[in-house]
Design a protein around this ligand. Structure first.
Ligand code: SF4
Length: 344
């Protein structure tokens, strides 16, 4: 669509959003603070997790790691443990590394500048913009999927959100409606996108900017946002052996970052002399971003002390008690498997 580049023509939209946010802001624990550490953690936690699902995890995480220093000094496995249930464990690893970066490179003081925040491990443009605007008065829009959707609907703009230029395009579009108070504006857009201008069935009747929304007035909301590229999920088959004896089972920690980096897993091969001890085989499916996993897990109950001892001696697996397994972070399907095994 043709647009006038003068931001003043559209600025009233941003003020309407601020006004609406002033009256309707969600009452969330991290809204009562400007502590950049807490805002940063909450932005990472809630990137892929609904507030209702992640709130307890966020509160527990902050309770155990209330500041950068505590997090930086913690063992990585404990950080992973407190991330349990949130998935995307690479984020927890990055948060931990970034906290050490803050201790080492910034004397333990969270950097205030957008460009400096961007240097932290695992921090992208969205998070850097959110933290700098909410905590330090920075003036960058925190452009994410909510911005893409809301802006493309307001302007009935058919720019492809799967394009590599989408971020810079929608940043410019956001600048047209962005008032002085960018921190509140960013949060208003987050709330509008999740509560009102939802991907499906947006509540246009309750929307503070429905008078200004071109897609609404044209009755073409379902046409926006435009997305052409769909990433095809890759099918992946995995095999595991739940090798156990007298309430103990074998595990190891993953090193590669293909999937589930640093999480614990079961052996993926066994020696021939263990094969007779396979009791049953269960197949489970699990979806990751862009991956469909089919996981075959064999239940290997080793009745022989000799075979058990030999297998352990020949491999570098760790032995863990069923009861102690909750001290470690496992991928969700393996965690479920252990929980079921505990019930049997
Ligand atoms: S009027 Fe509807 S489509 Fe337009 S911004 Fe509001 S909720 Fe979204």
């Amino acid at each position: 669509m043709e647009r006038d580049n003068k931001s003043s023509d559209f600025l009233h939209i941003g003020y309407k959003l601020l006004n609406w946010y002033g009256k309707n802001a969600r009452d969330l624990p991290f809204r009562q603070t400007k502590d950049p550490y807490k805002i940063w953690i909450c932005e990472i936690v809630f990137q892929q997790t609904r507030i209702s699902q992640g709130l307890n995890h966020y509160n527990n995480f902050i309770k155990r790691f209330p500041d950068v220093r505590t997090l930086a000094g913690a063992e990585e496995n404990e950080v992973l443990l407190y991330w349990k249930g949130l998935g995307y464990y690479s984020r927890a690893i990055n948060i931990h590394k970034a906290s050490q970066q803050i201790m080492n490179d910034y004397h333990g003081v969270f950097p205030a500048d957008y460009e400096e925040i961007l240097k932290l491990k695992g921090v992208g443009k969205y998070t850097a913009a959110a933290v700098s605007s909410i905590c330090f008065g920075g003036r960058m829009p925190a452009v994410d999927g909510n911005f893409y959707r809301v802006l493309s609907r307001i302007f009935a703009d058919d720019f492809d959100i799967s394009s590599s230029r989408a971020f810079s395009y929608f940043s410019q579009l956001a600048a047209l409606i962005m008032p002085e108070n960018v921190g509140d504006f960013n949060q208003a857009m987050m709330d509008l996108g999740s509560e009102i201008c939802k991907p499906k069935n947006p509540l246009c009747g309750e929307c503070p900017v429905n008078d200004d929304c071109l897609a609404f007035s044209l009755d073409r909301i379902s046409d926006y946002p435009v997305k052409t590229k769909k990433v095809k999920a890759q099918d992946l088959a995995l095999k595991y052996y739940f090798v156990h004896r007298n309430g103990k089972f074998l595990i190891r920690q993953r090193k590669d970052d293909f999937i589930w980096k640093k999480l614990f897993e079961f052996p993926d091969t066994i020696s021939e002399d263990l094969e007779p001890f396979i009791r049953n085989v269960k197949t489970v499916t699990h979806k990751l971003t862009h991956k469909n996993l089919t996981i075959e897990i064999s239940n290997v109950e080793v009745d022989s002390e000799v075979v058990w001892g030999r297998f352990i001696a020949q491999n570098h697996y760790l032995i863990t008690d069923f009861e102690d397994s909750h001290d470690k972070s496992f991928p969700k399907p393996l965690e479920n498997y252990i929980q079921n095994a505990l019930k049997d």
